[in-house]
Design a binder for this molecule. Sequence first.
Ligand code: HEC
Length: 179
Amino acid sequence: MPISKPTDAVERHQPKYDPATIRALVDYVASLPGFTGPDIPVVDIGQASLPRGGVLYRLNCAACHAWSGRGGALLHRESPPLDHATPTQIAEAMRVGPGNMPVFGEAAVDAKGLDDVAAYTREITRHPADRGGFPLWHLGPLPEGAVAVFLGLGILLALARVIGTRASEPAEAPEAGST
Ligand code: HEC
């Protein structure tokens, strides 16, 4: 549903209706004359291809929802994180294009592509393959680099200061008259 203030960040809430009521509402609206909306996609992530999902995700979704599915990116209207969306909701969002999100029709992503993207999105949001070190909230390479530079540089500067202070202490001058 559209949010009341377009400048607000999009946040996920508990649905106000139970699943049976939502289903009944969907069936009713779909039965109205002139209704042309897409069907709710049937998603099967059991047979999905993660590599293909990754290619489609990076091509079509990462620009707004970030490489890690954490969302962000849009000016004044951040795209939401995807970690709580179910596979069906991911496929629905692609076919419907809620709010500022574009619609991905059959020509852009076929039915198998929906499965692949849904599977890949779940993989990166629920079981991200961290290669070690601190994940840093999966903010991405730029903040990671910034942390590495500033933290690393900070430690090096502190070290240089400690060493520098010791070395710059004035050496004791020989006493006058001594041999
Ligand atoms: C141009 C930016 C943009 C692109 C590209 C985009 N999205 Fe979105 N997406 C959004 C925005 C903005 C919303 C929130 C819409 C709203 O509710 O007003 C959203 C919402 C969603 C939601 C609902 C999330 C939730 O928890 O309610 C899902 C799921 C989703 N997108 C998946 C995808 C997938 C998968 C792709 C790639 C095929 C994609 N999006 C591409 C901007 C984008």
